[in-house]
Ligand binder design. Structure first.
Ligand SMILES: *[C@@H]1O[C@H](CO)[C@@H](O)[C@H](O)[C@H]1NC(C)=O
Ligand SMILES: *[C@@H]1O[C@H](CO)[C@@H](O)[C@H](O)[C@H]1NC(C)=O
Ligand SMILES: *[C@@H]1O[C@H](CO)[C@@H](O)[C@H](O)[C@H]1NC(C)=O
Ligand SMILES: *[C@@H]1O[C@H](CO)[C@@H](O)[C@H](O)[C@H]1NC(C)=O
Ligand SMILES: *[C@@H]1O[C@H](CO)[C@@H](O)[C@H](O)[C@H]1NC(C)=O
Ligand SMILES: *[C@@H]1O[C@H](CO)[C@@H](O)[C@H](O)[C@H]1NC(C)=O
Ligand SMILES: *[C@@H]1O[C@H](CO)[C@@H](O)[C@H](O)[C@H]1NC(C)=O
Ligand SMILES: *[C@@H]1O[C@H](CO)[C@@H](O)[C@H](O)[C@H]1NC(C)=O
Ligand SMILES: *[C@@H]1O[C@H](CO)[C@@H](O)[C@H](O)[C@H]1NC(C)=O
Ligand SMILES: *[C@@H]1O[C@H](CO)[C@@H](O)[C@H](O)[C@H]1NC(C)=O
Length: 396
């Protein structure tokens, strides 16, 4: 009895205290607009602001800073959310499952710890007049946003934009993405443009209509292009992909319209360079400076020309399988010297396979295409000559 009384008085005390200073509560739960209006004295909220499920329109007045999270989840009737003064959300701006939210107007918002928006099927545009220029992590998934105008970041850890089926453009002035970049499953025509991006850790582009990376110089992890609809991909400034400790691949897979890849300055890859299922690629000749591959070169498809004129060290294997007639003579000289791992080169293969598959079981003849003549390939003769010399010395 005594204990219960004690607890009750504590609760009353807590409530009174919260009422006395609502701005510094750990978490404020809002059910109605008048709850929001009750915060009129607050310019800074110390904790989280959590908007309940029954709101239809909500206006967050006077508050300039939320030190915790702004959470709006499962408010299925919420049509309009307005926060004219709010400039900074230090925690997560979490909007999840807001079925009819069509108006989002945060005209002062500039800085957010983390943007996490999921399932916003009525939101087409952002009313972010001031533009969000700072955020550590951004995840925007399953919305009908047509553009990300209003979000223009310089640096971010994670930038993950996926399943936004009307999203036609992603253009951000990011210069550095320290953790991961993923643009996946948006509108098939989405133009992904990163005009200032020089450094990325891991980057994945899936089902994009175009990808522009004009100043990207270095990728610390992997760089992958999957199921895109563009014809051409150029990274004019890219020199290196991966690290000695973590590897780092360049992958082109299932890009059905791709014809031309050009990476004119790429010199070193710490993982594998792979082309697979890119049915329109006829030439793999866009790697004029590639000299060291710590993983493998694994190219399969329907190309009739491949060229790695600067190659001098492939620590993994070499797999070339193509449906076209292909003269492997020059590549054969890389075997055992330049190429340290297993070596396969085969033209006229019915179902060209990736590294580890046997061209004879893929419908090829199994010999390394010496009978074929249509393929052209130029190896760097000064390097190609080295293994032959070593072989000669070994024989003597
Ligand atoms: C956002 O809110 C939803 C619903 O409350 C929750 O399931 C999810 O974990 C939250 N996400 C983040 C990143 O805070
Ligand atoms: C990008 O960020 C990473 C990790 O913080 C850092 O190592 C790298 O130097 C930065 N690169 C540029 C160009 O700012
Ligand atoms: C991005 O590059 C453009 C020119 O390409 C430049 O005008 C702009 O200031 C750059 N933005 C940042 C944030 O560096
Ligand atoms: C980097 O990308 C590769 C392949 O695209 C993936 O397997 C790996 O998990 C990613 N790493 C990080 C840290 O996101
Ligand atoms: C680069 O990648 C390596 C290997 O995955 C990782 O250990 C390192 O932290 C990354 N560097 C940066 C600056 O993120
Ligand atoms: C390419 O597409 C096929 C068929 O849709 C799929 O099975 C495969 O996993 C895809 N490959 C990659 C590397 O994404
Ligand atoms: C491929 O792209 C590069 C760089 O844009 C260009 O110089 C080259 O002519 C293109 N090749 C083909 C076959 O389109
Ligand atoms: C290539 O495409 C075929 C058919 O779509 C699929 O079965 C296969 O898994 C793909 N291969 C890879 C390595 O993605
Ligand atoms: C071929 O190798 C030589 C010897 O190292 C080098 O000087 C030359 O630049 C290479 N050629 C090409 C086209 O990379
Ligand atoms: C294949 O290429 C080599 C070296 O370029 C050449 O000597 C040989 O005649 C070619 N084979 C055929 C069948 O064209």
């Amino acid at each position: 009895m005594l204990g219960k009384l004690f607890l009750t008085s504590l609760a009353v005390f807590g409530a009174v205290k919260a009422q006395a200073n609502p701005c510094s509560a750990k978490s404020i739960k809002i059910e109605t607009q008048s709850d929001l209006d009750g915060l009129v004295t607050c310019t800074t909220i110390s904790g989280d602001l959590v908007l309940g499920p029954n709101l239809v329109t909500a206006t967050i007045n006077t508050i300039r800073t939320i030190k915790g999270d702004l959470i709006v989840a499962n408010a299925v009737n919420l049509q309009t959310l307005i926060a004219p003064e709010l400039a900074s959300i230090e925690g997560t701006f979490n909007m999840t499952s807001l079925t009819v939210l069509g108006t989002l107007t945060f005209n002062s918002l500039k800085s957010v710890g983390q943007i996490y928006w999921q399932t916003l099927p009525a939101l087409t545009t952002l009313g972010f007049a001031a533009q969000v220029t700072q955020a550590d992590k951004v995840t925007i998934t399953d919305t009908i946003l047509e553009s990300l105008d209003g979000i223009n970041l310089v640096s971010v850890q994670q930038f993950n934009i996926n399943n936004n089926r009307y999203l036609k453009e992603v253009t951000v002035q990011l210069t550095n993405i320290t953790d991961s970049l993923a643009i996946e499953f948006n509108s098939p025509s989405v133009a992904a443009s990163f005009p200032n991006l020089t450094w990325a850790n891991n980057a994945t582009f899936r089902s994009c209509g175009s990808v522009s990376l004009p100043v990207l110089a270095s990728v610390n992890g992997s760089l992958g292009f999957f199921e895109n609809t563009f014809e051409s991909l150029v990274t004019p400034k890219l020199t290196e992909v991966g690290t000695g400790t973590g590897g780092g691949d360049i992958t082109f897979a299932n890009n059905t319209a791709l014809t031309n890849v050009s990476m004119p300055l790429l010199t070193q890859i710490y993982g594998t360079l792979q082309f697979v299922n890119d049915s329109q690629v006829r030439e793999i000749t866009g790697f004029p400076k590639l000299s060291v591959v710590h993983g493998s070169i694994d190219i399969s498809g329907e190309f009739d020309e491949a060229d790695f004129p600067a190659i001098k060290d492939v620590r993994g294997g070499f797999n070339l399988q193509t449906t076209a007639q292909f003269n492997c003579t020059d590549f054969d000289q890389l075997q055992g010297g330049v190429v340290k791992g297993s070596y396969v080169c085969s033209g006229a293969v019915t179902n060209p396979g990736t590294e580890g598959t046997d061209p004879t079981t893929n419908g090829g003849s199994g010999d390394s295409g010496k009978k074929n003549s249509a393929g052209r390939f130029t190896a760097n003769k000064s390097f190609a000559a080295i293994p032959a010399l070593i072989l000669l010395v070994a024989l003597l």
